[in-house]
Design a binder for this molecule. Sequence first.
Ligand SMILES: [Zn+2]
Length: 419
Amino acid sequence: MAGSDYTLNRLLDLQGTDFEVIDCKVWDDKIVWRIVHRDGVYECPNCHAKLTSCHSKKWITLKDTPFGMKECIWEVKRAQILCTCSNNLRVEHMPFRAKHHHLTQRFVNQIEQVLCSKMFTVADVARLFKVDYGTIYKIDHDVLLRLWQSCEIPDPINIAVDEKSYRKGHNYVTIVTDCDHGKAIWVSEGNRKESLDQFFQIIGPERCKKIETVSKDLHKPYALSCQEYVPQAMEVADPFHVVKKLNECMDQCRKELAVESHIEPKKRKKIFRLNWVLRYRNENLPEKHLAGLEELAKLNEPLYLAYIHKESFYDFFDYKPSEVKQAEEFLIKWIVEAFKSQLKGLQEFAEYIKRNTGILLNIIRTQRSSAISEGINRKISTLQAMACGYKCLQYFMLKIMQRCGVLGKNWSPAPYESP
Ligand SMILES: [Zn+2]
């Protein structure tokens, strides 16, 4: 194959190495390259010493980037060497081989790039490149971890803190979002104070001082962490969580009236089925549920009134920063009305507002919307559904940072570890 050696070696990126192509066979579905070590020098993979002799040679198979529809297989005759740095036989250093897989490094780079495009799932990439799922999963995990370790956390000014459960709600992760850019910038294990402390410790006291508002659900440990690290920041309730809580309390009202009261079983069943109607905002209510609501008005007046009262709460979010006083009056009025209703669910929500009036009013002052938290929550739920619940917590956290944060956008190949 003399004459074309140079081109073929270039094609396989073997220039500058001690390896060269000696043969190439083209089949219908694959191309098989035979590659051997030029006689002479063998490099120790451990201490990078150059040895002039080897113990034995053996053929191994590596998979390379496909050529069109054809798979590319490299058959490499590699040497085993006995170096003074260890007592065991070692496989010589092959610069083109990926560290942990039977693949070439340039193939791994290509797979990483496709994974980081976020357009394909691990299963898609496995099918696309005809590589087993486990290997692609490992590559995805490794590349995300590498990028995460070198990732700079941006300077946040307005942040949101949220918890998300995994493994059927038994365990939690804490997610910090940069509200100005709508991106997740941190994720850590657990939902305790320490989980959020970690974030503040990593960004350091200087950057903590620049944080102006923290929006969060009213989870106590987070509040403690904020008091310790960012005492200057204004606490804002997250509208997303307020609405969630409101719906939960509404649901409680429904159960209260359907289960605990003394109404006929037939009516009870009907009320029980109205679960979804009650969750909709009136303006979003699909037409098919309109009849349900009218039915409710006839069936059970207290629940219908509770629904109307719940609906009126949304007006709170419409107040402008100049109308904080009016907004406060609105809340007080709402609480008084709720206590008149005699429904435990509504009263519980009223108590909740009473306890947190200040930080609820901060929603009006900052005009914080729930769009970002909602978006991120939805993305994570999709992520969980796609992967049927992640077994590996670290991978789950990295995936959150990739899908909801900036991780993986600036993909670059792993730096070559030179001797
Ligand atoms: Zn060595």
